[in-house]
Design a protein around this ligand. Structure first.
Ligand code: AMP
Ligand code: ZN
Ligand code: FE
Ligand code: FE
Length: 292
């Protein structure tokens, strides 16, 4: 039995609806999936329903855009209470940041005589958590660039003329936010960021796990992070980071996490919820009851 614990839908920058994603999961024979859209949990209710129909275990999650010591770090939250008021308020702030950033990127494009309208991006994105891939798709759709690669290369990549940095929450806040919503916090694709030096700080803040298996982790990278997981007694997770059809063939099912790791996540989640008497409100500072 296998799982894919890193998946996006059109509630962020993936192209599949939750139902389409689940039908792909079903076709790949996955026993469990987690939905981890960027800075939102909106797609989880529909994904949960579709999974119930397909007899697939569903873990509600999100991928929070965060930073630590100037490094962009993505923190996956698993088993989130998707109704948690603090979680919804905090991620709502970052959704607003994302929307304002779209307007800024479009303004920069306009200064470069690229006549894109922000509303065209919002209409195409049709979600609260838009990002650069939506700007790129809108540029292609308007015939202003030939393809997504050209959009990133010419305009949207870091330090290109229409790139706008994104305000992020601190990784330590992200971990606390996930915990107070009943979830487990996992460092996403550490091999992409190559900022191993932040791991001890995250562990200190209560990080529960690390994503060892990922589409962009070659075997040696996965092995490196398995060793780190062992060293810090972290849970091991993995997923394809599928964004649907945005990059050709869908990635779902290409990273197969052994279900034994999902069982360990359940055990850790139950331990954490049993030990958290009353979750501390954000911002942190209050002591979190017995971890791990
Ligand atoms: P954002 O969160 O708005 O900064 O956008 C990040 C997303 O853009 C990620 O999901 C990446 O998959 C995508 N992305 C970043 N750089 C590139 C690139 N050079 N080409 C295509 N997609 C990219
Ligand atoms: Zn994405
Ligand atoms: Fe990510
Ligand atoms: Fe992702």
């Amino acid at each position: 039995m296998f799982a894919d614990l890193h998946l996006h839908t059109n509630f962020s920058d993936g192209t599949f609806s939750p139902e389409e994603l689940v039908s792909h999961a079903s076709r790949h024979g996955l026993a469990a999936i987690a939905l981890t859209d960027h800075d939102t949990v909106e797609g989880c209710a529909r994904a949960a329903l579709a999974c119930a129909g397909a007899k697939i275990e569903f873990i509600p999650g999100s991928e929070l855009t965060a930073e630590q010591n100037g490094n962009e770090i993505h923190i996956l939250g698993y088993f989130l209470d998707t109704q948690n008021a603090t979680l919804l308020t905090e991620i709502g702030k970052f959704q607003a940041v994302r929307q304002n950033r779209i307007r800024e990127m479009v303004a920069r494009l306009n200064e470069l005589n690229v006549p894109l309208e922000a509303d065209a991006v919002f209409a195409l994105a049709n979600c609260r958590s838009p990002g650069r891939p939506h700007v790129a798709r809108a540029l292609v759709k308007a015939g202003l660039v030939a393809n997504l690669d050209e959009a990133f290369e010419r305009f949207l990549k870091k330090n290109r003329p229409a790139w706008v940095p994104k305000a992020k929450m601190s990784a330590l806040t992200a971990i606390e936010l996930i915990h107070q919503a009943g979830g487990l916090a996992v460092m996403a694709h550490p091999g992409l960021n190559r900022s191993d030096e932040v791991i001890p700080d995250l562990v200190e803040a209560g990080l529960d796990g690390i994503e060892c298996f990922h589409t962009k982790h070659p075997a040696a990278t996965a092995e490196h992070y398995l060793q780190i997981a062992k060293k810090h007694a972290l849970l091991v997770t993995g997923g394809s980071d599928c964004h649907g059809l945005s990059k050709g063939k869908p990635l779902i099912g290409t990273v197969k996490l052994d279900y034994v790791h999902v069982e360990k996540l359940y055990v850790a989640r139950n331990k954490r919820s049993a030990s958290s008497v009353s979750p501390s409100p954000l911002p942190a500072g209050g002591e979190r009851a017995g971890v791990r």
